[in-house]
Design a protein. Structure first.
Length: 151
């Protein structure tokens, strides 16, 4: 599945996003993404079945435990775990997902397509979350110059 600018824009049009894969360590990338989405004004939900709190907020065991259905799901989990989350998304009729690098796989991409889920796979959220900051801004410039950005 090829990522498109349209799929990326559709993901960021969501107002509420569940981040599956926050961690006990505030240094982990899932936590960083959670903080950055929150800072950008999104309503975010932390999801990790082994935690009660993340980044000072309530953490939920799974998508079905959230107080409301999020519009999108960002996954920062090992690739084999994404298949079950995609199944949960289908049960809850959530149609927008982003598989951060490491969460992506051909099997997950195929499953998302079968389930009718708008998917961005294997791209870094920080390359597209506006405003693009820090090292991500440089990566974006380099990828643009070399024609590697989704069209």
């Amino acid at each position: 599945m090829k990522n498109t600018r349209q799929a990326i824009e559709a993901f960021f049009a969501n107002k509420s996003i569940a981040v599956v894969g926050v961690s006990h360590s505030t240094e982990k990338f899932g936590n960083y993404l959670y903080r950055e989405l929150k800072k950008a004004g999104y309503k975010v939900y932390a999801v990790n079945p082994g935690m009660d709190m993340a980044e000072g907020d309530r953490c939920y065991a799974g998508l079905g435990a959230l107080p409301e259905k999020p519009e999108g799901v960002l996954m920062c989990i090992p690739a084999p775990a994404t298949l079950a989350v995609l199944d949960d998304m289908a049960k809850l009729d959530i149609k927008s997902a982003w598989l951060q690098q490491g969460a992506d796989s051909p099997e997950a991409e195929e499953k998302a397509q079968t389930l009718g889920i708008n998917l961005v796979s294997g791209e870094c959220v920080m390359m597209f979350l506006k405003p693009v900051e820090s090292i991500h801004k440089w990566h974006r410039v380099v990828r643009t110059v070399f024609g590697k950005m989704p069209k």
